[in-house]
Design a protein around this ligand. Structure first.
Ligand code: AMP
Length: 398
């Protein structure tokens, strides 16, 4: 991948797509600096070379054009602090004034453009809008992995207005892509994918893709119950997608035919209500009484999954094993996280991706004990499903 390391930015203006879609509190203060901090290495490299920066991002999902709540002006001071430079702000990303501001930037200076999504053209991938944005810089840098699965004006379409020598990836993008590539294409065996979360329908494509890559696929979380019911089990009121029973059976058959171990839970922690105050018991996962629902995997499943995880050399984890947000149903997810940490200590490469498994790893303060925590849930899943992303292709296309 061609990164910012391959370009010397002295006296060049870099127009950089980053992911500054950060959470704000009611006073419009940034409450989590992760994404801003993640971008600083790329931005500092350009500034240290003697270049200047025009920063582009979206924030939230504004529906009706400019909205104070979604203005990127709220993050100017946080970005200034992270970079150690007073960041200038342009109140309209393609307004006349914005172009005046960007054209006057001197080496070491930084301009942040207002929320790109104040224009509907951004998400539509409008070519004219992309062309206007391209006029903000000599070099186009994409470091927004979180939106790399979208063919939006700033994430993909505008790359066509720069020749190959003047477009590249930032470090966030490069690291994300390298870590997925390591898992999917250069994985040391055995490769175990742990897939959990609520719905089978969200994860069918990824499971199918993993069938040609992984040695073991562990299924946990709410989605396991669709598989259990498909095999004739009684699952009570547990989460189930009845229109996916056939799909679940097909996935089981496919795994058998390919010699892949598709590991399903054998027991479950069940509850008489979806609540941390509910009564609970542990039962065989295919014998859940009517009116009870499975909210976590049970101790036998935890032990069996732990064995597989600890014997793996490559691990991909997406989706919790249970309703880990409630303490009574967090054991499966928590232990999976600790087992992944143990495997990592033994030399495995572990990639954690997807919102809720990342939240789980953070909840147990284990993020620095696994190999890589992805910042882009949707982008990561789509990369695995499709083998490529619009934001990556746009820059790599000759
Ligand atoms: P996803 O976004 O599909 O990865 O799903 C994550 C959500 O699935 C989390 O909020 C979990 O609480 C939820 N979840 C995991 N296991 C279960 C379960 N057995 N029943 C209901 N929800 C679950």
């Amino acid at each position: 991948m061609k990164t910012v390391d391959t370009i010397h930015f002295k006296n060049k203006r870099a127009v950089v797509r980053i992911d500054f879609n950060v959470p704000l509190n009611e006073q419009f203060e940034v409450t989590d600096l992760t994404r801003i901090n993640a971008a600083t290495a790329t931005l500092k490299k350009i500034l240290n070379d003697g270049g200047s920066l025009v920063l582009m991002s979206h924030l939230g999902r504004p529906k009706e054009g400019p909205t104070n709540k979604y203005s990127l002006k709220h993050i100017v001071s946080a970005v200034s602090k992270a970079l150690g430079v007073t960041v200038q702000f342009a109140t309209d990303c393609i307004g006349e004034e914005a172009f005046q501001q960007s054209s006057q930037l001197k080496s070491g200076e930084v301009l942040l453009l207002e929320n790109l999504r104040f224009y509907k053209e951004e998400e539509k991938g409008d070519v004219g809008f992309a062309q206007k944005l391209s006029k903000h810089g000599d070099v186009y840098v994409n470091d927004a992995f979180g939106t790399a699965h979208r063919a939006h004006a700033s994430t993909a379409v505008m790359a066509q207005f720069f020749d190959a020598a003047n477009k590249c990836f930032g470090y966030v993008m490069a690291n994300e892509v390298a870590s997925i590539d390591k898992v999917l294409n250069q994985s040391e065996r055995p490769f175990t994918a742990i897939i959990g979360g609520a719905k089978v329908s969200d994860k069918i494509l990824i499971i199918e893709q993993l069938m040609s890559k992984a040695d073991n696929i562990i299924i946990g979380g709410g989605m396991a119950f669709t598989f259990i019911k498909a095999m004739g089990g009684q699952i009570g009121k547990s989460l189930c997608e009845d229109d996916r029973l056939q799909t679940a059976l097909e996935l089981i058959e496919k795994a058998k035919a390919k010699g892949i171990q598709l590991a399903l839970p054998s027991d479950a922690v069940i509850a008489d209500a979806f609540s941390n105050d509910a009564n609970t018991q542990t039962v065989a996962i295919n014998q859940i009484p009517d009116n009870w629902l499975g909210l976590d995997i049970g101790p036998k499943s935890i032990a069996a999954f732990g064995e597989i995880i600890k014997n793996s050399k490559t691990i991909l984890w997406n989706g919790p094993m249970g309703v880990f947000e409630m303490s009574k149903f967090e054991a499966g997810t928590k232990q999976a996280a600790y087992d992944i940490v143990d495997a990592t200590k033994l030399g495995a490469f572990s990639l954690i991706g997807g919102g809720d498994s990342v939240a789980a790893v953070n909840k147990y303060h284990l993020a620095d004990k696994v190999s890589y925590v992805s910042t882009g849930g949707g982008a990561l899943l789509e990369y695995i499903e499709q083998g490529s992303l619009p934001g990556v292709e746009a820059i790599e296309k000759k």
